[in-house]
Design a protein around this ligand. Structure first.
Ligand code: NAD
Length: 389
């Protein structure tokens, strides 16, 4: 089998995760680009890439690359994505796909026009316990779905001296906390339930109205901001309530300022007969509640449905985690671009657009203090970036 030739633009926190996944999926890691040629040189050595590139733009133009992973700050996703697609490369582009829904739609359309494939790493889909919840909801084991609720809480932007490019709307987008992590939560809510969020009402909070610059700080590194305080226009937290197209109600609290919470994505599906709850920080378990008894389903291939067992690489009692989700996502995507048998559940550019539409509705609702309709099926309904059914 000829290895996929991959390159990574942006070598911070998530770029390193992508590099590992690409190698594990059998790719040649042809090169990496960082914010400077010196940074790329160091990253190439650290991540085992064949060579550094002077810039991300050089990567997207380079002919001998099959797939580009865009792991830069958000404002570069659209220009790099469009350039890579125009050059006929497959693209894995980090979320949010663009700074707004119009940009995300442009990428969906560019992928469709170019005939290559695009994916967005909503990687939490790849926990076996998440797939198990999806199987149980879709096969009606929990009864009619009534409520979908939960939260996604972090604390790495708790204080005024915590800073990151995400805080700056020009680099991260108008929405910060919701676009950054609320998008993951909504993707899981829709992926597991099969429902679509069709209406929502949101409030946003900027709890830290001024922050001290800490230039070049990587994600999740807290503290150390210095200099003149600058005003913050992006939200630290959001609360959203919603209705789905199939009649369920839901709510989610999203925050990057919840002390002690590191990456606590919690989501619960309350059916007429049973409740299922998933906690990203305890991903080996699925909480299954019936009135008579509560069961903790542990991730053991022998106990899972085939759709979930497919992603249970290790025997029960040998924990899998976050990086394994990325590995599985990238492996499925690469199989697709090699022309392998289509698999279900790869998050495509259409899913990235979906997240952007929900984010836009959250911003509008919060600003105008009213319920907002979310387009249930963004056009185009099908794009060629979709891998599998
Ligand atoms: N899917 C997920 O679960 C997940 C998790 C974390 C981050 N992300 C997304 O990944 C992206 C990167 O986030 P991060 O947490 O790794 O941030 P980060 O700050 O750790 O890394 C960003 C990197 O991009 C580099 N960079 C800046 N300008 C560049 C340029 N012009 N060319 C090339 N590289 C450049 C920076 O030097 C830095 O190393 C964001 O879009 C974020 O939303 C997704």
């Amino acid at each position: 089998m000829i290895p996929v030739r991959a390159a990574i633009a942006g070598t911070g926190f998530i770029g390193g995760v992508h590099a590992r996944s690409a190698r594990l999926a059998g790719a040649r890691l042809v090169g990496v680009a960082a914010s400077s040629p010196e940074g790329a040189k160091a990253a190439a050595a650290a991540l085992g890439a064949e060579r550094p590139f002077d810039s991300a733009e050089q990567i997207v133009r380079e002919p001998n690359i099959d797939v580009v992973h865009i792991c830069t700050p958000n404002h570069l996703h659209l220009p790099l994505g469009e350039a890579a697609l125009a050059a006929g490369k497959h693209v894995i582009c980090e979320k949010p796909l663009a700074l707004n829904a119009a940009g995300a739609r442009r990428l969906v359309e560019a992928a469709a026009d170019s005939g290559v494939q695009g994916a967005v790493p909503f990687a939490y889909r790849y926990y076996p316990t998440v797939r198990e919840a999806r199987e149980r909801v879709s096969s009606d084991q929990i009864g009619a779905l009534r409520l979908v609720h939960g939260s996604y809480l972090q604390d790495w932007l708790l204080s005024a001296d915590d800073d990151n490019w995400r805080v700056d709307a020009r680099l991260g987008g108008t929405s910060r906390a919701f676009a950054d992590i609320g998008s993951h939560w909504c993707d899981l809510a829709e992926f597991v339930s099969g429902h679509r969020i069709r209406r929502l009402s949101a409030r946003m909070l900027t709890a830290v109205p001024e922050r001290f610059d800490a230039d070049g700080r990587q994600a999740f590194a807290s503290g150390g901001g210095r200099g003149t305080p600058r005003p913050v226009s992006t939200e630290d937290a959001a609360i959203v309530q919603f209705e789905t197209d199939a009649g369920a109600l839901g709510s989610v609290v999203v925050s990057q300022v919840s002390a002690g919470r590191k990456n606590r994505l919690w989501i619960e599906f309350d059916g007429a007969d049973e409740t299922l709850a998933f906690d990203q920080e305890q991903p080996e378990e699925l909480w299954c509640g019936r009135r008579q008894a509560v069961t903790i389903l542990r991730r053991d291939p022998a106990a899972l449905s085939p759709a979930a067992a497919r992603y249970a690489f290790l025997p029960g009692g040998h924990p899998q985690g976050y990086a394994d989700c990325f590995d599985a996502f990238v492996a499925d995507f690469y199989d697709g671009i090699r022309g392998g048998v289509p698999v279900d559940g790869i998050p495509t550019f259409s899913d990235g657009l979906r997240a952007a539409l929900i984010t836009e509705a959250v911003l509008t609702s919060s600003r105008e203090e009213r319920w907002i309709d979310v387009p249930v099926s963004p056009a185009p309904l099908v794009d060629s970036s979709a891998v599998g059914p």
